[in-house]
Design a protein around this ligand. Structure first.
Ligand code: IPE
Ligand code: MG
Length: 238
């Protein structure tokens, strides 16, 4: 096997917490709790391995359609995670940012998010982008509005709008995603980071997210290493 290639930016769609719990005769909440531990553990592992940017889809705008009991549990879990357990990222010099419609979240979630962003803003060992109340189309529409307003305010001209300027005005200016992982065997994007995923390698392991630990992560890197990324060109040396 060639030397393992480390993607610069990995996207992870967290999926299968509920099924993981059901198979064990546990409540869905227990699946989310275990999933939150896995997310922390696997993220730290990714940064240790040299990944520079990690984006995780933890709650889509559509997830608000779930039962009140499940949504409430998840929101409380987010308060505990981002408010307390995420200290580890602060200590590891990781910058934590949150993408999505923050205003649609309960106040206590908004508060812990703002605090975590503020406390890690100058960290530079990596970026952990947590997508919460997030939708990819919404991000593109919001960016379009922002750019339109800049034209109206005469800060830019229409001709200045380019792929690069558009990227810079997304929720955060992040590089393209190199590798996308979605756990639990579902093979779809579900409105996740549509602009940033254009050239990503896609990987869909069957493992439920709570079980997606170091060994599984290493398998994802192995698979990524085998992929021949050409960006529409041809690798004449092969
Ligand atoms: C992903 O697991 C976690 C969130 C969306 C918050 P699911 O809750 O989607 O788990 P399944 O798909 O029901 O197994
Ligand atoms: Mg699911």
């Amino acid at each position: 096997m060639d030397k393992i290639k480390i993607p610069y930016h990995i996207g992870i769609i967290v999926d299968g917490n509920g099924r993981w719990a059901k198979e064990k005769g546990l409540s869905r909440s227990m699946g989310h709790l275990e999933g939150s531990k896995t997310l922390r553990r696997i993220s730290l592992y990714a940064f240790e391995k040299g990944v520079k940017v990690l984006s995780a889809f933890v709650f889509s705008t559509e997830n608000f359609k779930r039962s009140k009991e499940e949504v409430d549990y998840l929101m409380n879990l987010f308060v505990k995670e981002f408010g307390t357990n995420f200290k580890i990222f602060k200590e590891k010099n990781i910058k934590v940012v949150f993408s999505g419609e923050k205003k649609g979240l309960p106040n206590d979630v908004q508060e812990v998010i703002a605090k975590m962003e503020e406390q890690t803003i100058n960290n530079d060992a990596g970026i952990f982008n947590v997508c919460i109340n997030y939708g990819g189309r919404k991000e593109i529409v919001e960016t379009s509005k922002k750019l339109a307003q800049m034209v109206v305010d005469e800060k830019i001209k229409i001709e200045d709008i380019s792929e690069e300027l558009f990227k810079k005005n997304l929720y955060y200016d992040l590089p393209d995603i190199d590798l996308l992982i979605r756990t639990s065997g579902e093979i779809r994007l579900s409105n996740f980071m549509l602009y940033q995923l254009s050239y990503a390698e896609l990987y869909f392991p069957k493992t439920y997210f709570p079980d997606f630990l170091e060994k599984e992560f290493d398998l994802a890197l192995e698979e990524y290493t085998k992929r021949d990324r050409r960006y529409g060109g041809i690798n004449y040396e092969k």
